[in-house]
Design a protein around this ligand. Structure first.
Ligand code: 6PG
Length: 227
């Protein structure tokens, strides 16, 4: 794990979401002021939903936001388990980010084609301004799973045999996810405690392969952080 990670241990998942929300808005304001746009990578899974609901209430400069996904499940576009479906329903369809600025992973094409297509989008976008990521109970992040072997110079990966359903996915690589000005991990729930402890003790987990040049911010509740 990065030695200069910043751990923000909070009492509840709601407080985790609120703290991350504030940092995201500050990062957006700074990026738009300095670089004219805010390139944000959304996290998958359920944890970020609280953050997305808070963002909808803000009056951000949405016209200059550009949204990408760290990973996606290879399911039909309207499948309830798609990361893009939750992000769209909760967040993206409720704010004025131009549709042309939202880069959904074409995961319905299958792992190989989706990874090939999205690689170009990532190459054009890098570096990101902020990457949001969750963590699974086995220390995975995005769709980078323990025991899976990928070419580290790739920007996207086709993922098969995912231990977390569905088995086929597409993921940004550790290299792409690390090429960002800021990175936030959102980790809540007692079921994450074991992986957090392993990560903190230096175990070589997928989450430990994410190493931006700047410090990482880890927003974590007390249940997940076994102090
Ligand atoms: C996915 C996610 C995955 C997720 C973690 C945590 O597509 O499943 O990208 O990496 O972030 O598994 O998921 P929860 O937030 O639901 O615990």
């Amino acid at each position: 794990m990065q030695h200069n990670s910043r751990w923000h241990v909070l009492d509840s998942a709601d407080q985790v979401a609120l703290a991350a929300y504030h940092q995201i808005l500050e990062a957006a304001e700074q990026a738009i002021k300095e670089r004219g746009s805010f390139k944000l990578v959304l996290a998958g899974g359920g944890t970020p939903e609280k953050v997305y609901r808070l963002l909808v209430k803000s009056d951000a400069d949405w016209a200059n936001w550009f949204v990408y996904y760290g990973d996606e499940r290879c399911l039909p576009v309207d499948h309830a388990d798609r990361n893009s479906l939750m992000a769209t329903r909760v967040f993206l369809q409720n704010v004025a980010i131009p549709t042309a600025h939202i880069f959904t992973m074409p995961a319905e094409l299958g792992p190989e084609l989706a990874a090939e297509e999205y690689k170009q989008i990532v190459a054009t976008a890098l570096p990101f301004d902020m990457v949001l990521l969750g963590m699974g109970e086995d220390g995975h992040t995005a769709s980078l799973f323990p025991g899976h072997v990928h070419l580290e110079d790739d920007l996207t990966h086709a993922v098969y045999n995912s231990p977390k359903p569905p088995p086929e996915r597409v993921s940004m690589s550790a290299k792409a996810l690390s090429d960002t000005h800021q990175l936030i991990f959102l980790i809540t729930g007692i079921n994450k405690q074991g992986a957090v402890n392993e990560w903190r003790s230096g175990k070589d987990l997928p989450i430990a392969t994410i190493n931006p040049k700047n410090p990482i911010d880890i927003y974590i509740d007390k249940d997940a952080y076994n102090s």
